[in-house]
Structures are given as C-alpha cells and as structure tokens.
Design a protein around this ligand. Structure first.
Ligand code: NAI
Ligand code: MG
Length: 356
C-alpha cells in the first residue's frame, strides 16, 4: 500500500481552523478508500512561533520539509507581526526554495447561486488559471535614485527568462490538452514593449508544438472585462506573476468569494514537494469564531491528492465538496448561512462515506 508523508503547516488565525477540516476529510477518504495511507506531521510555525523565537520557522525548516511528499498550508499572518515579515519568513522562502514555479488556481463555480454575476451558472465558470510563481514582475529587482531629493526616482524590473517563460507556458498547454483544448495567454504587449512582446513570442513558439489547442492572446485589461461578461469563453489561462495575481482574485470573486478559492504551488518535476493551500489569509476578523469557510482548504486537499497521483481520492473529495456546496444548509456566514467550519467539514466527510 502506498504511503504518503504530508507536512501540515496550519499557521495562524483561521488557517488552523480550516486546515483541521481538510485533515478530517483526508483521513476519511483514506479510511473508506483503503488503498493508501497518509502520515501527517504538523509544524507549529507562524506568528506564534515568531513571538517565541523571533523567526517564523526554524533554521532547518526547509531541510525538514524537503523530505515530505507534499505540504499542506493554512494561512500565515497576524496583526502583531508586520505582513512582509510573516510572508518573507515562511511562504515565500518555501515557494522559492522549492522552485514551485506553477501557481495553479481553479476558478470553478460549484453552485449557481454563489455567482455574483447575473445569469451565470456553474456551466459558465470553469477556468484553470496557470500563474507564473517565481519571476516576472515579482523578481524583486529595482533601485531608488536620488533618494529624498526632488529628483527622486525608482525602478522595478520585471524578469522574463526563456526557461521560466517556456516552462510555465508549456505546463499550461499540457493542462489544456487534458481539458477543453483551449488556451488564453494574458498579455499587455501593446504597452510593455519588451517583456510582454517576448511573452507573446514564446507563447506562439510553443503553440506550434500543440496544433490541436485553440490559442488566443488577450490584453490584461480586456481580460478583466471578459471574465465578468463572458467567463464561459475561457478554459486554461496562462499569466505572468502580477497579471495572474490580480486576475485570480477577480476569479475568486466570481466563484463565490475567498472561502472558495484554492491553489497549488507546484514543482511539476517533483524535485521538491509542492504546497497546497486555500488562497485566503488568516482572517483575523473572524478567527476563533468557528465561522471560517473550509471549502477552499478542502478543495486544496483534493488538488494535493491529484498531484500525488491519487486521482480517485481527489475526485471523491471534489464530488463531496460539490454536493455540500450546493446544499444551503451548509453555508458559512460569508455565503449568507449560519453553518460552522466544523459542520461543513463533517458534511463533506459524510458525503465521502456515502460514495463507498
Ligand atoms: P484575508 O483573506 O485573511 O481576509 C479578507 C476577508 O475575507 C476578511 O473579511 C475575511 O474575514 C474573509 N475571509 C478570508 N478567508 C475566509 C474564510 N475561509 N471564510 C470566510 N471568510 C474569509 O486577507 P487580509 O485580511 O488581507 O489578511 C489577513 C492576514 O492574512 C494578513 O496578515 C495577511 O498578510 C495574511 N495573508 C496570508 C495569506 C497566506 O497565508 N497565503 C494570503 C493573504 C493574506
Ligand atoms: Mg494575491
């Protein structure tokens, strides 16, 4: 029997609450399917750890995490620690060191009534966003000139390497081949006359390797408009770091809100473990009240099983998730209901048990 080792990093605030539900669901699917086992190890890193030790995670954290098959994260951040400290102290070092260059974000509507757009139903919203996760506009390169003078000037440099650009575009084409054979690349090559012209060129080069896939280049501003007006046009969307960051928040809104948006930070070559998480933060405004929506976190658990090759377990979790999301008794307050985090998690568990 296959055995997976999963590192759990609940982090802070609602991260702890929603991750506990994901763990509950994973234990349930492991039990009923009885074809693999999961060994969970939990690491209490985050802002509490920072208060005691002056750092978000220990010095050897990456060495420790490297040995796992996958990482399952809640959220990090607390009002007592500056956000750039918590982010650069845990999440970003993991993403960068483990070369998790794909940020995979399904924008799928699970129940008609959750969509804020008039007349859009589940069949209209099913987009797979593939966001570049390591370079582009977030390369961290820049300079300030003549600081504190009237000639003050700053630059922020985007970096698009051939290797970095090709690998993300190729990954997106491979996903399109498994789906509806359509891919849209987000660009802005009219204004960004170096970076995005290059992006378009490599997109066209790689498109030639996939003659069966229908391709399209759309400027980022128009993309924002189309995602609201006609989200049904899109299947796989590939975007640079900044454009993907912005458009996936818009995507979260059309799929029902932050409580429904899951993501994977993936190293497709499996040279390092990949990391799965709800994309929301620690939500200090509702932490500790039992009101957090655990759907995104459970969805991330399904993505993690798919990444590990456990397709059946991934589908079982996802089917249960769809059933529960469509049932208005199991709505947390962010979707207008009064169910608790644990009630929603337990409802997903009983749907999983019903499938066996
Ligand atoms: P947030 O995502 O924590 O909260 C934004 C809004 O969405 C709040 O009103 C919150 O109550 C609501 N919300 C979020 N998750 C929810 C859930 N599961 N169920 C119901 N409602 C939910 O973003 P915010 O407020 O900007 O950041 C709070 C903290 O989280 C900060 O310290 C920030 O740095 C950190 N953060 C961490 C992230 C991560 O670990 N990946 C991502 C985003 C923010
Ligand atoms: Mg973001």
């Amino acid at each position: 029997m296959k055995k997976y080792r999963i590192a759990m990093i609940p982090g802070d605030g609602v991260g702890k609450e929603v991750l506990a539900e994901g763990e509950k669901v994973l234990r349930a699917v492991q039990k009923v399917q009885d074809e693999f086992t999961i060994a969970f190890a939990e690491f209490p890193w985050g802002c509490d750890f920072y208060q005691q030790h002056g750092q978000m995670m220990p010095d050897d954290a990456l060495q420790v995490l490297k040995e796992f098959d996958a990482l399952y994260l809640g959220a990090v951040g607390d009002p007592s620690v500056p956000d750039h400290v918590s982010l650069w102290g845990l999440l970003l070092p993991i993403r960068k060191s483990f070369d998790q260059y794909v940020n995979l974000r399904p924008i799928q509507l699970l129940s008609d009534d959750l969509c804020p757009i008039k007349d859009k139903q589940t069949r209209h919203v099913d987009i797979l966003f593939v966001r570049e996760n390591t370079e582009g506009e977030y390369s961290g390169i820049g300079q300030i000139f003549n600081e504190n003078t009237e000639n003050e000037q700053v630059t922020q440099t985007s970096v698009f390497s051939r290797k970095g650009t090709e690998r993300i575009i190729r990954y997106a084409f491979d996903r399109a081949m498994e789906r509806r054979m359509k891919i849209t690349a987000v660009t802005k090559s009219n204004a960004l006359n170096y970076s995005m012209v290059y992006w378009d060129r490599l997109f066209k080069e790689i498109a030639a390797e996939y003659p069966l896939v229908e391709t399209r280049l759309v400027h980022v501003d128009a993309m924002a408009m189309y995602m609201i007006r006609n989200p049904e046009q899109f299947d796989v969307v590939v975007a640079s770091n900044l454009f993907g960051d912005i458009l996936t928040d818009l995507g979260a809104a059309i799929q029902g809100g932050m409580g429904y948006a899951a993501g994977g930070n993936i190293n497709p070559e499996n040279a390092f473990p990949s990391m799965f998480e709800p994309i929301h933060g620690s939500a200090p405004d509702i932490a500790g009240t039992g009101q957090a929506n655990p759907i995104a976190s459970i969805w991330a658990a399904s993505m993690m099983m798919a990444h590990l090759g456990e397709t059946k377990a991934a589908k079982t979790i996802f089917q249960a998730l769809k059933k529960v999301t469509a049932d208005r008794r199991y709505r947390t307050p962010d979707s207008g209901g009064s169910a608790t985090t644990a009630e929603v998690g337990s409802a997903v568990v009983s749907e999983i048990e019903k499938q066996f």
